[in-house]
Design a protein around this ligand. Structure first.
Ligand SMILES: [Zn+2]
Ligand SMILES: [Zn+2]
Length: 311
């Protein structure tokens, strides 16, 4: 009898220790993000965005967006500073050398595939909308097992191989997709100022910095005023790469090496899970994917990045 009491006592202790063990676990962080919109402004140099002391060429980001955003002063593309590799770093969370004309898919799945696989969301709930036709690669992966989870895309004049289209068209398409499909996750690419920067004509490049700034603001206004999106949407504004520092090669005309001008990119995040303010910690472009998966509560086992500091 005494032996039986002892066994019962031991079982009770084990049960209680199990309960207290659960109680001691830190609670899983809760995030309020239900939707994420990533806007990639293609290839502005830091010196013409936030490195300009008066932020002269990005008045909308400066006055209407930054006050509501977490602003990262030191965000870097630590991979290849070209369009396709920069964009795939954003979506896959991995730095990979991806051929830049659109002929090569990223090796790993992106945020769209992982989100759809985890949640069962329909294809039209995830979108890539891009001025550059070649960015349809963001909807693909060399891992063919995830292609059943591919997002929808609307890229270039008429899909892959059709050429770049105007950013105003991309903005219109993006608004139409937002209204029609109410996606949970979307990446929008504006080709400016990269497309005009490659002409080497300074006024055209600056005009591209300004025009993309105003279109970012159009998307921002839609999301921030939409009853469906305004309380639960994280908006991420960033670049795929910068451009050469003056004195390095042909300066603002090109990009693609490891100079400060090419690597230093902008990053602003606004939404229900961030506190507005400036973040001085050095962060990396590939951290965006991990941050999106964490905020939206899905698993992304293949990404290398870290959760960005949000508050
Ligand atoms: Zn680019
Ligand atoms: Zn460079």
């Amino acid at each position: 009898m005494r032996q039986l009491s002892f066994i019962l006592w031991m079982v009770l202790c084990l049960l209680l220790s199990g309960v207290s063990g659960c109680e001691n676990d830190p609670p899983a962080p809760k995030y309020n993000t239900k939707h994420t919109i990533i806007i990639v402004v293609d290839g502005p140099r830091w010196s013409e965005t936030w490195g300009n002391p008066q932020h002269t060429f990005i008045p909308y980001r400066d006055t209407a967006i930054r006050p509501y955003s977490r602003f990262y002063s030191f965000c870097y593309n630590d991979g290849e500073t070209v369009t396709n590799s920069g964009h795939t770093a954003i979506t896959t969370g991995v730095y990979e050398s991806v051929e830049n004309s659109g002929q090569e898919l990223p090796t790993l799945p992106g945020i769209f595939h992982c989100y759809r696989k985890f949640t069962g969301a329909l294809p039209e709930k995830t979108w890539v909308v891009a001025s550059k036709d070649k960015l349809n690669i963001l909807a693909g992966s060399k891992d063919t097992t995830v292609m059943q989870y591919a997002p929808r895309y609307d890229c270039g004049i008429n899909g892959p191989g059709s050429g770049y289209r105007d950013d105003t068209t991309t903005c219109r398409v993006a608004l139409n997709v937002l209204r029609t499909h109410q996606p949970d996750m979307m990446l929008i690419n504006f080709k400016e100022p990269d497309a005009s920067g490659h002409t080497g004509v300074w006024p055209l490049y600056i005009s591209g910095v300004r025009s993309s700034d105003s279109l970012v603001h159009v998307i921002w206004n839609y999301v921030r005023n939409s009853p469906y999106y305004k309380h639960n949407t994280t908006i991420i504004i960033t670049n795929d790469h910068g451009r050469h520092t003056d004195g390095n090669q042909d300066g603002f005309r090109s990009h693609g090496d490891n100079c400060e001008g090419c690597k230093h990119i902008e990053l602003l995040i606004a939404g229900p899970d961030v506190i507005a303010g400036e973040e001085q910690q050095r962060v990396s472009q590939r951290d965006i994917a991990r941050t999106v998966s964490t905020l939206m509560g899905f698993r992304m086992p293949t990404g290398d990045g870290k959760l960005l500091p949000l508050r």
